[in-house]
Design a protein around this ligand. Structure first.
Ligand SMILES: [Fe+2]
Ligand SMILES: [Fe+2]
Length: 213
């Protein structure tokens, strides 16, 4: 059953539908994310068809405005952290996942999950989740030195490292633009940092100065 959703015909039909759902710029972005996700999948030994499908579908609900996306959460009974109801621009991944799973049950669960996670990430990102998340940030239409640096790193660093660089880039850009952060943003980052040994003193650290004793 799920093989049908990975056919060329299913892809082309959803692509044509997407062209009706979003404007031309968003459509071109989605096509670029699909192509980039497939390239990343090839570079990191993952299923290219799943990556391409998740890429074309990731912004399925992007054209809804704030009140419409909130109505869509209700209509779909989408599982959404209540905090995100005050950040409607971040909801389109979750509603897209819920709508696509309902309307196209043949789409594999890992493709749906990658769509769902592309806006805010998650604590335990799977490789396909990371591919879509990264492709969204480094598709050729993304300009600027950070996007270029990410493109240069493809294949030269691990997928996890590429994801962490992308996450750090997007987080820094949120801070620079004075955007409010989703509170789980730090938790998702820390989940990846658990074995990194942050904030531990190196052995042989400076002796404590006498005044502080
Ligand atoms: Fe998006
Ligand atoms: Fe996107």
């Amino acid at each position: 059953m799920s093989a049908d959703a990975l056919d060329e015909g299913f892809y082309r039909a959803r692509e044509a539908e997407l062209a009706e759902r979003v404007g031309p710029k968003r459509f071109a972005h989605s096509q670029a994310v699909a192509a980039t996700a497939a390239e990343l999948a090839a570079a990191y030994g993952l299923d290219e068809r799943k990556a391409r499908l998740a890429g074309i579908l990731h912004d399925w609900d992007k054209a809804y405005d704030d009140s419409a996306i909130l109505a869509r959460v209700e209509e779909l009974d989408a599982a959404v952290d209540p905090e995100l109801l005050s950040m409607p621009r971040l909801l389109h991944g979750m509603t897209a996942a819920a709508a696509l799973a309902r309307d196209f049950p043949q789409i594999p669960a890992d493709v749906i999950q990658a769509v769902e996670r592309h806006t805010v990430g998650a604590e335990a990102m799977e490789p396909l989740d990371m591919v879509v998340y990264v492709a969204d940030a480094l598709e050729p239409g993304r300009t600027g030195p950070e996007a270029e640096a990410l493109r240069q790193a493809v294949g030269a660093v691990s997928l996890r490292e590429l994801y962490l660089r992308t996450y750090a880039h997007l987080l820094c850009s949120m801070l620079a633009r004075r955007k409010r952060l989703y509170s789980k943003t730090a938790a998702f980052w820390n989940a990846c940092m658990e074995d990194e040994g942050s904030y531990r003193a190196a052995p042989g650290a400076d002796p404590m100065p006498p005044a502080a004793r």
